[in-house]
Design a protein around this ligand. Structure first.
Ligand code: NAD
Ligand code: GLY
Length: 350
């Protein structure tokens, strides 16, 4: 197990990452009034674990899935927190994937203007990305993560034990964010290239998770609230990915991140930002994790990208694109040109 400190200005976090991390739960939660938030799937799989690790906690089980990441579930959680008569020094434990983590973090930030939050991520995506860095949110009126706050967890417990029950579709989600990290960090990229035929292998994923967490911690420390522009880089592939995810649904968040990266790498190449050889190598990696469908009406889907938080107004779409190994660039495209690219690329993939 590795211990990674995230030294953010608002509140530092400690990440326990690797086999045995879950054994830290007792120490981290000792003496606290506890509120454990989880979803129906995780509760079904980890009921005994929850009862063993959090015997005296108030428990709140919410329906699983992105479609429940909304104000109704958020207020359901806040009501349960009130019902449990949580005090200001209570601790919320978000045990689940990114949906539970994002909503739990937001509820912790709101209740009595903020109680401690501990993230126990149970999906690969949540372990390598969402549990670290303090972004919390719900979706609203069809816009992803539009209501939220930066609120750092006190502790993150990333134990690979949870990955054993994770379906391949969900592993793919995490692999999407790992490949994104690889496009930003040379060390992770080289590990990925060396292990590209073992991408779904749990021991490979366990090994690379700590590298991704360490990389993200470094970015978050330098730009906690996405002010300097550095943290925006973690959104590589997400502009197109989110737009397609919201328009088409069906596939997972991580699959759309991968598809977004694939499309945006082609755009970056056509714009002369990204060299062909590296672009091909990245796309080959993406191709190991996801198959690319043909998208009907992609022009309409592309318009959703106008709501992306990275945009600075007007009719320009902001894309974070790979430039070279370990380097990225921000590309601003007039929406018309962006749509034309997607129609040319996205309509053409069989
Ligand atoms: P999720 O939380 O919906 O989990 C995916 C599915 O896996 C759910 O059905 C869940 O019940 C199930 N599950 C969870 N743990 C399991 C386990 N151990 N075994 C079997 N099934 C399990 O989705 P996710 O992919 O974890 O997270 C996606 C969310 O994270 C999105 O809402 C996205 O916006 C958000 N996100 C946030 C950040 C951030 O920085 N805060 C970063 C990336 C993504
Ligand atoms: N997942 C993007 C971020 O944490 O900033």
């Amino acid at each position: 197990m590795q211990i990674i400190e995230v030294k953010t200005k608002s509140r530092p976090s400690t990440v326990y990452c690797g086999a045995g991390a879950a054994e830290k739960i007792g120490e981290v939660t000792r003496g606290k009034q506890l509120f454990v938030l989880t979803d129906t799937n995780v509760y079904r799989l980890y009921k005994e674990f929850i009862e063993e690790k959090f015997p005296a906690a108030a428990l709140c089980v919410v329906p699983a899935g992105e479609k429940h990441k909304n104000r109704h579930t958020l207020f359901f959680i806040l009501d349960k927190m009130l019902d449990a008569r949580l005090r200001r020094n209570a601790m919320l434990v978000a045990l689940g994937g990114g949906v539970v983590g994002d909503m739990g973090g937001l509820a912790a930030s709101l209740y009595m203007r903020g109680i401690s939050a501990v993230q126990v991520p149970t999906t690969l995506l949540a372990q390598v990305d969402s549990s670290v860095g303090g972004k919390t949110a719900i979706d609203h009126r069809g816009v992803k993560n539009v209501i939220g706050a930066f609120y750092q967890p006190q502790t993150v417990i990333c134990d690979p034990l949870f990955l054993r029950t994770l379906p391949k579709r969900e592993l793919r989600c995490g692999i999407g964010e790992i490949i994104k990290t690889g496009a930003l960090d040379k060390g992770v990229y080289e590990k990925l290239k060396a292990g590209e035929n073992r991408l779904f292998n749990l021991s490979f994923l366990e090994e690379i998770t700590a590298d991704c967490v360490r990389f993200k911690a470094g970015v978050v420390e330098k730009d906690e609230c996405e002010k300097s522009g550095l943290r925006k880089s973690l959104n590589m592939g997400h502009t197109t990915g989110h737009a397609l995810e919201l328009f088409y649904g069906r596939r997972s968040h991580g699959a759309y991140v991968l598809i977004g990266m694939y499309f945006e790498s082609l755009i970056a190449e056509r714009e002369g930002i990204l060299a062909h050889a590296y672009a091909e190598a990245l796309r080959a990696l993406i191709g190991k994790a996801v198959t690319l469908p043909h998208f009907e009406n992609i022009g309409e889907a592309a318009r959703v990208a106008l709501y992306d938080k990275k945009n600075e107004g007007g009719d320009e779409i902001s894309l974070i694109v790979p430039k070279d190994v370990g380097a990225y660039a921000e590309l601003r495209l007039p929406v018309g040109r962006y749509i034309a690219y997607l129609q040319e690329i996205g309509g053409g993939i069989a």
